[in-house]
Design a protein around this ligand. Sequence first.
Ligand SMILES: Cc1cc2nc3c(=O)[nH]c(=O)nc-3n(C[C@H](O)[C@H](O)[C@H](O)COP(=O)(O)OP(=O)(O)OC[C@H]3O[C@@H](n4cnc5c(N)ncnc54)[C@H](O)[C@@H]3O)c2cc1C
Length: 407
Amino acid sequence: MLEVRQRTAPLWNRQCIVCHDAATMNASLKPADLTRAAGLAHLARALPRLGQEYATRGHHAPDPGTPPTTGLLSPWLRLRLLTEQEVISAATAAQGAGAEKFIHAVFWRTYFKGHLEQHPELWHEYRVGLSDAQERLGGNRGLARLYGQAIGGTTGLDCLDAWSDELVRTGWLHHHVRMWFASIWIFSLGLPWQLGADFFAQHLLDHDPACNTLSWRWVAGLHTRGKPYIARAENIQRYTNGRFNPAHMLDEAPTTLAEPDPMPACPLPPPDGWPATATALLLHEDDLAPESLVPDYVRIVRIGVLASQSEASSLVRASRAVALADASARAEAAFGVTATLLADVAAVEAWSEGAPIATPYAPVGPVADALADALAGLDLHRIQRPWDQHHWPHCARGFFQLRAKVA
Ligand SMILES: Cc1cc2nc3c(=O)[nH]c(=O)nc-3n(C[C@H](O)[C@H](O)[C@H](O)COP(=O)(O)OP(=O)(O)OC[C@H]3O[C@@H](n4cnc5c(N)ncnc54)[C@H](O)[C@@H]3O)c2cc1C
């Protein structure tokens, strides 16, 4: 009975709703917060601000220690400790039509994931571009010094230095700050965008291959071609409430970047079905809500949890370890089977003992790369969520193609 309840009850409203003092909500996230229970409690606390307040104040980057202006839900959404669907349902239930702007924001995540899935070459080009840029650091002392100053928070540009420090210390930056940061990195400092995307990848608690890579490309004017995002001192002053004013310190009319035309979109893979026999369930950091993925009729006989594939800061690695342990405990409770932590993909074949393996579909990124290398030849079922199956086909081109479908 317990198992059935856990697998079918609406997931977001089963937790008690704890009211916290608004001032505490902006405190830095701790690795221990990266559990589903903490995410649900956090969602409950965020709901009151996801309507009008989000629409009017969401662009303001709050001063450290002041209440947040956005949902601060991406660390849980990124790992699918919370799903897009349940967050949107909760926001709609709480705010009705007032949640439109917030919902629109959540769809950017779906969009970027669906887009990268159909343009996987962008991920591989980013990885190659990053290696090239890292190599250039070795042979160019000026570039290496500037890069060191940018990531060390010692450029002398007080906003960028403060944001570098905030990112490294807390694993977090507000969306508008990420836009300014990336724009200043690319256009005012003239650093390769791939090095900036990698700096974010090392430190963001919500680092996501699609959202990060494509957002950096978007700022650079490579996603929406020829339309870079230019950080302006006046805009920074306004939306940081006067905390920073880099007047005359930014290049506000830069030479834009260019690259060859993109390749045509790849077809999305057809969805795999669940195995008909006793199944080995392989969980990984791209989807940690097995209770809402596995249908009641599937018989899970083994659970494996793949260790994080992220090569990131100790803060990120600690938070991923907490999230994986939490998913492991929830899966054990839901399916009545002991979970095994798998240090890497090389351990998967022996762990499965020949049973068909079902795993949440890993979108383009490190987990998918690792699984593709190691699991070729195994009976592997990559299970897509209906949410992705439904929305990704509308993400091959620009965001507004998807938006028109969900409006
Ligand atoms: C250069 C750059 C790099 C980024 N890197 C990442 C990343 O690695 N991981 C990541 O999750 N987001 C990334 N973003 C997107 C966005 O900044 C964060 O999702 C957002 O700041 C999370 O804060 P929030 O939860 O308070 O967002 P809210 O404003 O409350 O939005 C709700 C949810 O919508 C989604 N969302 C909102 N805006 C975006 C967006 N532009 N793109 C994708 N999803 C969005 C997030 O899941 C977010 O939790 C990046 C943006 C930029 C400009």
